[in-house]
Write a new protein. Structure first.
Length: 130
């Protein structure tokens, strides 16, 4: 794939064209277009990689995977903002203490904390000096 084709893919995808339309226009396999877009998801129309959270330019290092975030602070902020959208939230009741808690992605969870699990299983609260 040439740099002109890459630039055209970025521009067309940025303006909302589908993978099929892009593949048809530049005569490349649709799977090649999908792979390129997935691997270069943070590249803007002018070919610069930007942070997913704040939009700051990110320097790309040779022979390394492109970064998605400029810092750990942005990575954490993006994760906390988007965490609820990725997994289903289940509101469950703890089998030990009876409190209601939220479980992300698993409705098979029984206890709200490790302490409740230990209490229910062994009948005592673990202290750190064992």
């Amino acid at each position: 794939m040439t740099s002109d084709q890459k630039a055209k893919i970025i521009a067309m995808r940025g303006s909302g064209h589908s993978y099929a339309r892009i593949a048809e226009d530049i005569s490349i396999s649709i799977n090649t277009i999908k792979t390129f877009c997935r691997r270069n998801r943070n590249i803007t129309d002018n070919g610069i990689t930007v942070c997913k959270q704040c939009g700051v330019k990110i320097e790309i290092q040779n022979k390394r995977k492109p970064k998605q975030f400029c810092s750990d602070k942005c990575r954490a902020a993006w994760w906390y903002a988007n965490n609820g959208k990725r997994k289903t939230q289940y509101h469950l009741q703890c089998a030990n203490c009876g409190r209601t808690f939220v479980s992300f992605g698993s409705k098979a969870r029984k206890y709200c904390s490790h302490e409740c699990y230990i209490t229910a299983r062994f009948g005592k609260v673990r202290d750190g000096n064992e």
